[in-house]
Design a protein around this ligand. Structure first.
Ligand code: CTP
Length: 431
């Protein structure tokens, strides 16, 4: 007899472990694995549906994004409005709801999710899921998604122990659907036995355990990218050839490693990587203001932007006419964003780039010390096949007591390697 099925997930779904109902067999995991993850919470009809409110809160505490789908019978136990207010997103109820479909269609929702967690999962829902039904929004989503699915059974002990329910769970288990719980104890109906939904925090921990460990789980990463533009008059500006590709690739690699990532971007034609918060700025002064404000709430700051070193003393109010043979524009130094972030008393781990055309390592080491950085990434921009605007890059990573060369590779591959290196140095600095 299966009393309860408690999965021990380590780095993704593994085969289920059959265990006694009271036994807690999940390992202690860091909730930071949930940072930036997208959890689709399915709520089905049962008295434990009221606990969905706390599950949402706990998932959000762990920085996960939550969207909710309810079955019609769940709405008898808790209102969609409550879960909508808590999740901050419209609650989806029906397959053919035009408003909900216009906001995010059911297939889009199925693709959006990293994990579908159904809590509570009633005996009826488990039966429908096990038999591949698609007769409401939630079962349809479960068929349409490629995300991991987990159910948290909640029902009367006799219903849980019923052979049919046990067989349904076995079927789900064979398909690698997670079965979280149930717990055992006094039930709403007065019976005592297995069938109680696990507590919200236990469910959230089990959900976190579905995700592999990321190098930057729970870390807040801030990146500057692209060029800045310094206005000469309403139609002209000073700028440079930076494409922003390196910074955007770093943002993607940071998010993939689990970091909550914010990108302060100069004017570039690049799509924002998924789950990255992007702040668009134009001038060096705007980038400076945004960086100083946001760096107070970040753990790692990477300055990859090619900031204009100078700006016109004052931008002309009107377009400058070509009345004379020569034109002088007086320039003034822009603030050094990276040096100013690194100079703060409570500062993040600071990483800079040194784009040089000669004596690359020497100049980079000088910048590392002068700007009081934790790490600098030196690249030779005299070569046309790497650096500015190119698809590839080759760099030397330098930190106060070491350095490492990374051979020419795509900016995306390089970004992954750099994030790994930065994460390791950050961990060393904080251990
Ligand atoms: N940087 C910055 N703010 C500036 C200038 C540079 O944050 N006003 C950052 C860059 O994003 C980079 C690092 O400082 O991470 C070095 O930039 P680089 O242009 O190579 O060096 P500079 O400090 O500008 O010095 P120089 O131009 O004399 O080489």
């Amino acid at each position: 007899m299966i009393f309860s099925i408690i999965h021990d997930f380590e780095n993704g779904f593994s085969n289920g472990i059959l265990a006694a109902a009271s036994q807690k067999k999940y390992s202690i995991v860091s909730l930071s694995r949930l940072t930036n993850k997208r959890i689709l919470l399915g709520v089905t009809g049962g008295i434990a549906a009221y606990k969905a409110a706390e599950i949402i809160r706990r998932l959000q505490d762990a920085q996960a994004e939550v969207r909710v789908v309810m079955t019609r019978s769940a709405t008898e136990f808790i209102t969609p409005l409550t879960l909508q207010a808590l999740s901050g997103n419209p609650v989806h109820l029906d397959l053919l709801d035009t408003d909900a479909e216009a906001a995010m269609g059911h297939i889009e929702l199925a693709k959006w999710a990293d994990v579908v967690l159904i809590a509570p999962a009633s005996a009826n829902f488990i039966a429908r899921l096990a038999n591949g039904h698609a007769n409401d929004l939630l079962t349809t989503l479960c068929l349409a998604t490629i995300a991991s699915i987990a159910v948290a059974p909640a029902m009367n002990q006799a219903m849980w122990l019923n052979k049919q329910t046990q067989e349904n769970c076995k079927k789900l288990q064979e398909r690698k659907t997670g079965i979280f719980g149930p717990g055992s104890g006094t039930q709403a109906c007065g019976d005592v036995g297995p069938g109680r939904m696990l507590e919200p925090l236990e469910l959230v921990k089990l959900t976190a355990n579905i995700f592999p460990n990321g190098l930057l789980d729970g870390i807040r990463l801030l990146i500057t990218a692209g060029p800045t533009r310094e206005a000469i008059d309403p139609v002209r500006y000073i700028s440079n050839h930076s494409s922003g590709k390196m910074g955007f690739a770093l943002a993607k690699a940071g998010v993939d490693a689990g970091a909550k990532t914010t990108l302060i971007a100069g004017p570039v034609e690049l799509p924002t990587p998924a789950r990255v918060e992007r702040i668009d700025i134009v001038s060096a002064e705007q980038m400076h203001d945004a960086s100083l404000e946001l760096s107070a709430h970040c753990d790692i700051f990477i300055a990859s932007a090619a900031v204009a070193d100078y700006r016109p003393v004052a931008a002309a109010q009107q377009k400058i006419k070509k009345n004379s043979e020569s034109q002088l524009i007086e320039l003034v130094r822009n603030p050094d964003i990276l040096a100013d972030v690194a100079a703060q008393t409570s500062r993040p781990f600071c990483v800079g780039f040194a784009a040089e055309t000669q004596d690359v390592i020497h100049y980079a080491q000088d910048k590392l010390q002068r700007k009081k950085l934790d790490m600098i990434i030196a690249n030779d921009v005299s070569a046309t096949d790497i650096g500015f605007n190119a698809e590839d890059n080759a760099v030397t990573v330098i930190w106060p007591d070491g350095q490492e060369a990374i051979e020419k590779t795509s900016k995306h591959q390089l970004a992954k390697l750099l994030i790994k290196k930065i994460a390791l140095c950050y961990q060393n600095a904080n251990s």
